[in-house]
Design a protein around this ligand. Sequence first.
Ligand SMILES: [Zn+2]
Length: 307
Amino acid sequence: MRVAVFDAHNDSLTEREDLNALAQRLNDGHWDLVRFAEGGGRWQIAAIFTPPRFSGVEALAHALHHLERALEWINQNRNKVRLVLRRSDLQDDGHIGILLSLEGASPLMGRVEFLRLFFRLGIRCLTLTWNHRNELADGVGVGEEAGGLTEAGRAIIAECERLGIAVDVSHLSERSFWSLMQVARKPVFASHSNFRAICDHPRNLTDAQAKVIAEKGGVVCLTFVPSFVGGDLTKFLNHYEHGVKLIGAKALGLGSDFDGCKDPVVPDASQFPQLANALRERGVSATDIRRLFHANLLRYFRSVLPS
Ligand SMILES: [Zn+2]
């Protein structure tokens, strides 16, 4: 069963050395334009990831370098892809819509004006942290000492909401997550996280976290990373079923983490139809599969992006 796909997270634009290669069908990695289109791909959130070894101006320089590469790639491939900047860019016109996200806010150096600049440069999602601490908050890797949002973090959240940048809670420590929930006025989403109730991994969400994301109108996007799934595709389906029981079919999406992990439970971007078939075999309705594959994320981004 082929269904249009809105994938909430991949790392291809940071991980690939030669972005031009992404226009061809590649034999390595998980994602390129040909395989994604084959799999039904229509919208892709592409991460500009900043590794933890960079901080301050080095983080900023790294992000700007990769953002420029990404924008140039989008421009070179404008017959196939379009950069999604506002709600109307989400319409399905035969192009693959690319939403650019900053994964880890260290390039912002805690400064609201840098967020505004990244917005002008096309960034429409902000994953507040990776696993370590940055100027805004603490990631899941910080452990017991993890704290809440910083003052700079609160100011940047308010500015994200004003501008129309989606706030992503994947990688956030629990304490930073709950601190964010106290100040967030707009819905937030988790771009690539599963359920701790099914696989007890710190990168996964507790039931309480998933519930509050859904109650506020956000989406939990399930990921194919084997260590967060805790098994193979069958186990992935257990995460989906748990999610439906907990928060309903209207609050779930997909966030592959293609090119950001090893051996994803869906092997590459051409294989989304196989996932749809597996869900069908478990008795999931075609309507709920469309919700999971794109409809919920479309609704979410139509509510968050600038008009
Ligand atoms: Zn990640």
